[in-house]
Write a protein that binds this ligand. Structure first.
Ligand SMILES: [Ca+2]
Ligand SMILES: [Cu+2]
Length: 340
């Protein structure tokens, strides 16, 4: 395959949408099952606020690097995404954050710099249909044809995650969303950090386990316990939220993995620094791989609160997706890394 053309065209529809995907006038109750809209009023659990500190001061996790096995040939996986082959990859030591960047973290950055995100610049972002208020829903005219649960909501941005009439005040400890790859890069620069490479992200997400499906092992719910924030019920209309959360969860929800990272799978997709290609890694160097030199979309890892086995089984450590650098949605965030 020509590397220039490798990228999002090959990716099957996922629970993320790109900025260019919207189509006018395709929203209709039949598309998305509006009968379940009452779910949107579900109380969002509020976690205790952490100690007041700054993201830059919070300790990062130092990982020793070395050789690990990256990728999967899991029968439950998506070979077309380039999840395989399983290969030995060598990494230098690096630091990574235990948590995704939270609304509180991003607020410090925005307050300090006056930074304007891509969503604010464009004036809209993708909001999952069940979170949009009735009033805001009346203003929605565009959705994504292949993924009609994504509504183009004017005035949706990181401060207004469900639309202009919503706020982050009740979720300061949740991951920031509606931030693009470019926004994530800007934050990292300000914080003296950087995004992880895909290899670093996956190594960190595996938490020291070898060849497992999830950060904690092979079983989705060990002893019947939820270990990540994904979708339960019937996607995209009925979310039982039996894991405790219909939307985002606080960044420190559920036990961490073996390296001390929280919510690496589920909750929000996390941008990595690599351009996406389904096959570049087959022939590329396996020492500190950085991804292809060019591309259309940036790698995202970990899946989100919208992932469901029936539709988008990408809440596995080896799963991959991608989005264009200026795209944003209510299920996309990031965590930071740093050279050791
Ligand atoms: Ca959930
Ligand atoms: Cu998904």
């Amino acid at each position: 395959m020509n590397e220039e053309n490798a990228g999002k065209a090959e990716l099957p529809a996922c629970c993320a949408a790109s900025r260019g995907d919207q189509a006018a006038g395709s929203r209709s109750p039949a598309n998305v099952g509006l009968e379940s809209l009452s779910l949107r009023k579900r109380e969002i659990p509020v976690s205790p606020q952490p100690e007041a500190d700054t993201a830059a001061e919070r300790p990062m996790i130092l990982l020793p690097g070395g050789v690990f096995r990256m990728g999967t040939e899991d029968k439950d996986g998506f070979p077309i995404d380039g999840e395989g082959p399983v290969r030995e990859v060598e990494l230098a030591p690096f630091y990574i954050d235990p948590y995704a960047v939270s609304n509180r973290d991003f607020q410090q950055f925005a307050d300090a710099t006056g930074y304007v995100t891509d969503a604010e610049h464009y004036g809209w972002s993708y909001v999952f249909h069940l979170f949009v208020s009735e009033e805001t829903a009346r203003t929605v005219t565009r959705t994504v044809q292949r993924t009609p649960w994504w509504w183009v909501v004017e005035g949706a941005d990181w401060r207004h995650p469900d639309g202009p009439d919503s706020t982050i005040e009740d979720r300061l400890n949740h991951p920031v969303v509606h931030v693009s790859y470019e926004d994530a890069e800007a934050y990292c620069k300000w914080a003296g950090k950087r995004l992880p490479t895909e290899a670093e992200w996956e190594y960190a997400a595996r938490g020291g386990l070898d060849g497992r499906r999830y950060p904690w092992g092979d079983e989705l719910k060990p002893n019947g316990e939820h270990r990540c924030n994904i979708w339960q019920g019937k996607f995209p209309t009925v979310n039982n939220a039996s894991d405790g959360y219909a939307g985002t969860a606080p960044v420190d929800t559920y036990p961490p993995n073996g390296y001390g990272l929280y919510n690496v799978v589920g909750n929000v997709w996390e941008f990595c620094s690599d351009w996406f290609s389904p096959d570049h890694h087959r022939t590329a160097s396996r020492v500190n791989p950085q991804g292809p030199p060019r591309g259309q979309s940036k790698v995202m890892k970990g899946g989100s609160y919208l992932c469901h086995r029936s539709y988008c089984n990408r809440y596995r450590v080896a799963a991959r997706s991608a989005n264009t650098p200026d795209s944003s949605a209510g299920n996309m965030g990031f965590r930071c890394a740093k050279d050791a």
